[in-house]
Write a protein that binds this ligand. Structure first.
Ligand code: IDP
Ligand code: MG
Length: 150
């Protein structure tokens, strides 16, 4: 089973959309195996967005992601990374497909509500920035039993 990291960004928390965003991912079958609320500091934000260090928007990105509380979660499921990215929609809410979180609820490139890992390598790195291994819970949901008939 694949794991991915999501962050409900400060705009999601401020606009009271955190539950709605997480619910859309849960409805796709993704399983929450870790969850916490925190406010990122600059050091964590710089590590999390290290691939964007040289981009012109890097400073604004770090400023925004550290501007208020966020919710971090690890989601598990088959093709969890792709499935989460699909449900999120394209980076720019104006270009995202209707029905996606960003298209339906996002405002602009900066205020696009959610982060999701984009590859298995990055997912592993990002999960370890936010969670200790023992914070990822291993459990079976009722629906998993129904699906597998076990
Ligand atoms: P992603 O979140 O869809 O994976 P990335 O390219 O990894 O998109 O960029 C990280 C975040 O940086 C985006 O979610 C968005 O908020 C912000 N961002 C990306 N490109 C731009 C830009 O051209 N201008 C302003 N902000 C941007
Ligand atoms: Mg990205």
């Amino acid at each position: 089973m694949e794991k991915t990291l999501i962050l409900v960004k400060p705009d999601g928390v401020q606009r009271c959309l955190a539950g709605k965003i997480i619910s859309r991912l849960e409805r796709r079958g993704l399983k929450i195996i870790a969850l916490k609320m925190l406010q990122m500091d600059r050091a964590l934000a710089e590590r999390h967005y290290a691939v964007h260090t040289d981009k012109p928007f890097f400073n604004d990105l770090v400023k925004f992601i550290t501007s208020g509380p966020i919710i971090a979660a690890v989601l598990e499921g088959e093709k969890a990374i792709e499935s989460t990215r699909q449900t999120m929609g394209a980076t720019d809410p104006k270009k995202a497909a209707p029905g996606t979180i960003r298209a339906d609820l996002g405002i602009d490139m900066e205020h696009n509500l959610i982060h999701g890992s984009d590859s298995p390598e990055n997912a592993q790195k990002e999960i370890s920035l936010f969670f200790k291994p023992e914070e990822l819970l291993n459990y079976t949901r009722d629906i998993d039993r129904w699906l597998t008939g076990s």
